[in-house]
Design a protein around this ligand. Structure first.
Ligand code: DMJ
Length: 590
């Protein structure tokens, strides 16, 4: 039943006359009550009222700023290097929100230089001078010459059947596009430069200058595009001093920054290069730990070269955020998923040094190196994580005692499984021990490096994607499940042996690298051009996956070439830091 205004069922003050009477009566009583109180009581009441007013104002201003967040669509646009990145209020609100909720360093987009002075000439001159000092004279022995030939064979196949596309399908003599940015060219260029291959380097440079465009209406993976394309071009810039590479990198970097249009310091995983939009991965709500924490070397180099600090600031905020929230349950070992909307780790996620986490640990260390060892917490977080790795994950097999790094499934259950990807840590640990970390790190590096070599003990001599280890006496130490037996010609084991050889001078690492190279030649080479990933490393009746990954040129051949060189002062590790994709970038003093 609906009540009318004059309904007798309503309380008295719901009629005008009665309400006026009631208020007058209350006011008179209140005045009378107050006049009969002491001064002290009156002061107390006044103070309480003022405090209540203050609280009300606070609450209402908080409400207002969160309401403002939903009105971002019709705002003025912010231009960064001639490109629209954020709607203005969206940017301001996000900056405020990041400061309020996440307390990361405010990234002041207003500080950005105008497009006119976006590339600072003094920085470019510096890079040009730097590049002039770097001379690559080509191979000095037969093994290096063989690796150069292999690189040329892969280049030839790519050129014949896939030029301008992302990757070669060497068996079907066709191509595959993932980002549609000529991935093999940009990822492989700096290897051609390092090998002294002037013709291939010139072809790549010409294509990047005249054909490469990022006006692509497709979603690309923010991390992969950063480490392969941006990293490749930034390395080429620093190795040659050619400012065209920097200009292209700025263009790509501005587009990729869209990933940071998230409500937390954690970027989204996928970016549309044309529309400059970003989303979570299609397969789930979370971003991978390794992906969000493995872009910082590249963006720092871009910022330092271009004079635009935004790339470095936004990407470094990710590291700062993770440092701040910490991974205390496992003393510095983090779960593999983190959410770009909340900025929080997914509870109960697997802890691993393999896929989805690996290079988080690598970039803690390498950022410390890149910034001239000036940021102590990077070193501390890395050291703490390595101690925890030894405690929770580092185990040995039986009966031969191969040392490996296993996983904690759901953050709890130990699994003696190691991805080939984990072999990178042999390199990082050995470099760490030469930069102030304990000798124990070198011991672990050598043991893991050896286990990675054992993983190659297969009929083809190639390494599998994943190995499992036996921890009970009496059985085989290492076994490969059929579904894990494929080989993408990944670089990590060879990368580890390269660092170990540089730091120990033990020639066994060169021998291991040479054996792996010969296996690639024997079982992965496609006569018409290129090399193919294989289906099962245990079968010499090889079946091909018909794909040649860009990192074969960007990393695997580069590390082989450097490992097998007589001159181990090429690209000295106190001047250059290798990105996770094997692209050398300069080390700064800050
Ligand atoms: C490369 O793209 C990078 O090394 C990345 O960090 C993970 N692994 C692949 C090659 O295996």
């Amino acid at each position: 039943m609906r009540l009318s205004r004059d309904d007798p069922g309503l309380p008295l003050y719901h009629t005008d006359t009665a309400r006026g009477y009631t208020f007058r009566r209350i006011r008179t009583r209140a005045r009378h009550w107050l006049s009969s109180r002491s001064i002290g009581v009156k002061v107390c009441i006044a103070f309480t009222l003022l405090f209540a007013l203050f609280v009300l104002v606070k609450i209402s201003s908080g409400r207002r700023s969160s309401t403002q967040e939903s009105y971002i669509s019709n705002q003025e646009e912010i231009i960064i290097n001639e490109q629209v990145i954020f709607a203005k209020n969206e940017r301001v609100d996000k900056a405020e929100k990041k400061n309020d909720d996440f307390n990361e360093d405010h990234v002041d987009l207003e500080r950005l230089p105008d497009s006119d002075d976006k590339l600072q000439d003094d920085k470019i001159e510096l890079a040009e001078k730097h590049a002039n000092v770097v001379k690559f004279t080509g191979p000095t022995n037969d093994r290096q010459r063989a690796v150069v030939k292999a690189f040329q064979h892969s280049w030839l196949g790519y050129k014949k059947y896939a030029w301008g596309h992302d990757t070669l399908k060497p068996v079907s003599k066709s191509y595959n596009d993932w980002f549609d940015t000529g991935l093999t060219i940009v990822d492989g260029l700096d290897t051609a430069i390092v090998m002294g291959l002037e013709e291939e380097a010139a072809e790549a440079t010409d294509w990047i200058q005249n054909k490469l465009t990022f006006e692509k209406d497709r979603m690309v993976n923010f991390f992969e595009c950063t480490i392969r394309v941006l990293g490749g071009m930034m390395s080429a810039f620093y190795l040659t001093g050619n400012r065209m590479f920097l200009e292209k990198s700025v263009d790509l970097g501005d587009r990729l920054l869209s990933a940071f249009k998230s409500p937390s310091p954690i970027p989204y995983s996928d970016v549309n290069l044309l529309k400059r939009t970003a989303t979570n991965p299609q397969w789930g709500a979370d971003s991978s730990l390794s992906e969000v924490t493995t872009v910082q070397l590249e963006y720092r180099a871009l910022s330092r070269a271009s004079g635009n600090s935004t790339y470095e600031d936004l990407s470094f905020n990710v590291s700062k955020h993770i440092h701040k929230i910490g991974c205390e349950t496992h003393e510095g070992l983090c779960g593999m998923f983190i959410n770009a909307n909340t900025g929080n780790f997914k509870k109960g996620a697997t802890i691993t040094f393999g896929a989805r986490s690996d290079s988080y640990y690598e970039y803690l260390f390498k950022q410390w190196i890149q910034t001239g060892k000036t940021i102590d917490w990077l070193k501390e977080d890395y050291g703490k994580a390595m101690t925890a790795m030894e405690k929770y994950l580092y185990r040995n097999s039986e009966p031969k005692k191969m040392y490996f790094i296993g996983e904690l499934l759901s953050g709890e259950t130990y699994s003696p499984k190691m991805d080939h990807l984990v072999c990178f840590i042999a390199g990082t640990l050995s470099q760490g021990s030469k930069n102030g970390f304990p000798q124990k790190h070198m011991d672990m590096a050598e043991k893991i490096g050896e286990t990675c070599h054992n993983m190659y003990d297969n009929p083809t001599g190639l390494g599998p994607e994943i190995a499992h280890f036996n921890m009970i006496p009496g059985k085989e130490d290492l076994y490969v499940k059929p579904l894990d037996a494929h080989c993408l010609l990944r670089p990590e084991a060879i990368e580890g042996w390269f660092y170990l050889y540089r730091f120990t001078g033990d020639k066994k690492y060169q021998e291991w690298g040479w054996a792996a190279f010969q296996a690639i030649e024997k079982y992965a080479r496609i006569p018409t051009g290129g090399y193919s990933s294989v289906v099962n490393v245990k079968k010499i009746d090889v079946k091909y996956r018909d794909s040649m990954e860009s990192f074969l040129l960007g990393e695997t051949f580069k590390y082989l070439y450097l490992l097998l060189g007589d001159d181990q002062t090429v690209l000295p590790l106190d001047k250059w830091v290798f990105t996770t994709e094997g692209h050398p970038l300069p080390i700064y003093d800050h």
